[in-house]
Design a protein around this ligand. Structure first.
Ligand code: SAH
Length: 205
C-alpha cells in the first residue's frame, strides 16, 4: 500500500511512510472489510461515514510537517486510523468525533493497539477544543464550507491547519499557516470527503 499508493505518488516524508507502514489499517475497519483495508480507496465504517483513502491520509499528514512531540488536533475521529498515524508522529493527539458510536469504537481500537497518547471526545470539532489549545497542527478529515475561525484561533504561531474546503461533493485540500500577523493559505489537491457537520460546517444531517 505505502509503496504503490503513497511513495510512488510523490510522498517523500520518510517519517510519514514509516508510520503508515506500522499502523495496521485492517484493524480499523469491520472484519468483513479487512481484506480490502489496503485498497486504494476510502471504505465505509458505519453511520454513513468512511475511513479515508490511504493516499489522502498521507497527503494530509505530510502537509502537517510533524517532527515529533507536537500537540495535534484532529477533527473527525471516524475509525481512529488517522489518529493512530498522527500518534506515531507527534507527542499528543486530541481527536473530536460528533457520532458517539464511532468515537467509542475508535477509542477501543486505539486502546487495544496501545496508543495511549490519543485523547478522544464527542462533540462539534468545528469549534475546536479550546480547553487544550493551542496546537502546533490541526487536521480536519471532513469537508467544510469554509475554514472555521475557532480552529485558526487555536493554532499556535507557526502552526499548520490542513482542511478540505469546498462544496459537499468536492473540495480542495487547503493548508493554513498561522503567522504572527494573520495567515498564509495554500491549496494542495482536489479531494472528496464526507461533510463536516456543525456550527462552522454544514448544518443538519
Ligand atoms: N479520520 C477518519 C476519517 C473520518 S470521516 C479516519 O481515519 O477513519 C469524517 C468523520 O468526521 C466522520 O466520522 C464524521 O462523523 C466526523 N465529523 C463530521 N463533522 C464533525 C464535527 N463537526 N466534529 C467532529 N467530527 C465530525
Amino acid at each position: 500500500m505505502v509503496k504503490e499508493q503513497v511513495e510512488r505518488r510523490g510522498i517523500a516524508d520518510v517519517r510519514v511512510l514509516e508510520a503508515m507502514r506500522k499502523v495496521p489499517r485492517h484493524l480499523f475497519v469491520d472484519p468483513v472489510l479487512a481484506g480490502r483495508a489496503y485498497e486504494d480507496a476510502p471504505l465505509p465504517i458505519g453511520e454513513g461515514q468512511t475511513i479515508s483513502q490511504p493516499y489522502m491520509v498521507a497527503v494530509m499528514t505530510a502537509a502537517l510537517s510533524l517532527q515529533g512531540g507536537e500537540r495535534v488536533l484532529e477533527i473527525g475521529t471516524g475509525s481512529g486510523y488517522q489518529a493512530a498515524v498522527l500518534a506515531e508522529l507527534a507527542g499528543q493527539v486530541y481527536s473530536i468525533e460528533r457520532i458517539p458510536a464511532l468515537a467509542d469504537r475508535a477509542q477501543g481500537t486505539l486502546r487495544r493497539l496501545g496508543y495511549d497518547n490519543v485523547t478522544i471526545r464527542v462533540g462539534d470539532g468545528s469549534m475546536g477544543w479550546p480547553e487544550v489549545a493551542p496546537f502546533e497542527a490541526i487536521v480536519v478529515t471532513a469537508g467544510a464550507p469554509c475554514v472555521p475561525p475557532p480552529l485558526v484561533e487555536q493554532l499556535q504561531v507557526g502552526g499548520r491547519l490542513v482542511i478540505p474546503v469546498g462544496s459537499p461533493h468536492a473540495q480542495t485540500l487547503r493548508r493554513v499557516l498561522r503567522k504572527e500577523d494573520g495567515v498564509d493559505q495554500e491549496e494542495l489537491v482536489g479531494c472528496v470527503f464526507v461533510r463536516l457537520v456543525g456550527e462552522h460546517g454544514w448544518q443538519g444531517e
